[in-house]
Design a protein around this ligand. Sequence first.
Ligand SMILES: Cc1ncc(COP(=O)(O)O)c(C=O)c1O
Length: 412
Amino acid sequence: MAERIYLDHAATTPLDSPVLEAMLPYLTRYWGNPSSLYTEAQEARKGLDAARRSVAELLGCKPQEVIFTSGGSESNSLVIRGAAYASRRALPAGRRSRHIVTSAIEHHAVLHTVQQLEKEGFRVTYLPVDRHGFIDLPALEAAVTAETILVSIMYANNEVGSVEPIARAAGIIKEKNRHTVFHTDAVQAVGTLDINVDRLGVDMLTIAGHKIYGPKGVGALYVRSRTPFQPQILGGSQERNRRAGTENVAGAVGLAKAMELACSEFDSRNAHYRSLRDRLMSELPARIPHTHITGPLDPGRRLSNSFSCCFQFVQGEAVLMALDLQGIAASSGSACTSGSLEPSHVLVAMGLSEELARGSLRLTVGKDNTMEEIDRLLEVLPPIVAKLRDLSPLWRQADEAGSGPSSPPGGN
Ligand SMILES: Cc1ncc(COP(=O)(O)O)c(C=O)c1O
């Protein structure tokens, strides 16, 4: 059987061997509870402390500003609820600021959390994005007021790869209200973009291990010193009383190792990703008529490893199943929404029609993909789309009328 081709690195990545090697001693020998006093525990404590120092160094922050969590979703949920409740509590009675700003294209870990806060009485502004998936900076400037306690804007979008202007957003937010806490979800950015928290100007930043060849079920959260923060998991005094629970030492060690490798191989990985992605960007629309690239067309404003598009009159899920039969793993958008019949909230926010948004495909390359694998995809995908379109009465009608499918508002 031919080797399978994995093109869904935005969903998750395989565990890198050096990462596994770094983790193994903490699963087999140093399994003690890092809060205990005996030797096994102290070795675990040393490993955890070293992992925290390493993550802090890569973020350009102090070790005590790093909280280990169970992943991106927990980090997002924790910062938003933690900052929101703490700010509300810190205000004098009668001046209960309750305003949060986020964008319409955030991951559901952010959106569902702010929606919950909305039900609890917080006021939320959802910033619109343009047809390439970039947040509207003038809208951000208009949204932030003296009442705004928190802004959460993702660094890079997981579905369409748009890289948001985080440093510029930080400048705008702090200019309007220096007390507003600024959080960015950097889950898709680590390893491909600068993650120095001071250069970005953020107060909080979310990271997940499994997107960068690290283990699943571990993440980190950067919380700038003196940022209002209320813990959400209560119990022991771990993580300086900010997140109770016995620490996942092996996970933290693995996350730190994966980040170290991603940062030390930053240039070579990015160059490799770009060469594969650029071939997809130029060749797929050339080989498949009416392919609408979604997200930024400017390669410099797009994640180096991300390609996404929509095919009119085709269901994304059908394309995925056909690709799978050909040995290729891809996605129709975020892994969390695949399987749901709802069109992607990101594509809809970008102005695509629901019908077009249902024909979405996302290909995210990784360090072990080769150009031959991209060529294989370019060979098998056009006949798959053509065959599926042949089954679509709407496509046949458009084709017979000689008009071809119409251009979508967000199309190109
Ligand atoms: C942008 C973004 N944020 C958050 C998450 C959630 O991360 P996790 O799966 O580690 O909970 C993901 C996962 O797909 C993501 O892409």
